[in-house]
Design a protein around this ligand. Structure first.
Ligand code: FES
Length: 145
């Protein structure tokens, strides 16, 4: 992580690109890397920690093998995205930003998947799905390994 941070520290506003690069490498930003990044940028640990915890984009623990992202932006909310999220929570036992106990699935909210005309929209892994009903979501979750 020191190598990544050192390589990118010359960028303007380097902290965010460094955190994205770290997350891309590891899948999350490990708490143990925060002091390393702070050292490279000559920031306080509290400053880096504050950014990691402020932005929801940064995960602080490894994600599940598959990520379910449920759009919660306006167009999808107007056609049932909130109810779909509540159904997902009942079905999986986890809320946004959480991972199932078996490490199979992480559930996240997202604000627009570019599929607004076909809401509610969800993404399972890399695949986008539109007009997702609770029953369809159950079927999609049944395919998750
Ligand atoms: S608002 Fe949900 S995909 Fe755009």
């Amino acid at each position: 992580m020191r190598e990544i941070a050192t390589e990118l520290r010359g960028l303007r506003g380097a902290l965010i690109p460094i955190l994205h690069a770290v997350q891309e490498e590891l899948g999350y930003v490990d708490q143990l890397d925060v002091p390393v990044i702070a050292d490279v940028l000559n920031f306080s640990v509290a400053e880096v920690h504050g950014v990691v915890t402020f932005y929801r984009d940064f995960r602080r623990e490894p994600a599940g093998r598959t990520t379910l992202r449920i759009c919660q932006a306006e167009a999808c909310r107007s056609v049932g995205a909130e109810e779909l999220a509540a159904h997902a929570k009942r079905r999986t036992g986890v809320g946004f930003g959480e991972t199932t106990y078996d490490g199979k699935l992480t559930v996240d909210e997202v604000f627009c998947l570019g599929n607004c005309a076909l809401g509610p929209a969800v993404q399972v892994g890399e695949k986008l799905h539109g007009r997702v009903t609770p029953a369809r979501l159950d079927a999609l979750l049944g395919e998750v390994r």
